[in-house]
Design a protein around this ligand. Sequence first.
Ligand SMILES: [Zn+2]
Length: 178
Amino acid sequence: MTEDEMWKAVSENDDAYDGIFFYAVKSTGIYCRPSCKSKLPKRDNVGFFDTSIEAQVAGFRPCKRCRSDLCDYQPIKEIAQEVKTLIDEMWNEKHILDKQLKNIGISNRRIVDIFKEEYGITLTEYIANLRLEEVKFLLKTTDDAIIDIAYSIGFGGISSFYSFFKKRVGISPWYIEG
Ligand SMILES: [Zn+2]
């Protein structure tokens, strides 16, 4: 996260970032969770810390209002891991995956952002990589026709499969088969 993004979360009292970072106010010597409802400090007075401990080591006291000292969980990390586990298990069953992702209870956009933030890769790319690994595996280890492999990995047809493969591997799947 950039400081601008952190400041935005603080300005909006966004509790999605509780546990992800803390902000400390130089004029008061107190540090808070992003969601703290106390009056918004001046931007110039604010510093950011990754953990509660770091803020304390730097000489700040926990806020009595938001109890920033009791906040050590990382909901975003947990969400990101949950999403990743779901994808790893059911990336090839899109409608089931979509349903499971919905059950997490946050918007698709937010899931996409959280995943990118945590793993440095977009959801789409991540799934594409999994597909590609599976394709390579099947090409090397089975005698299945390429068209059958394409369908089993969820491609609508041979041409979309072909361009997907060529774009990522640089050669056509025919060279890998067998
Ligand atoms: Zn506070």
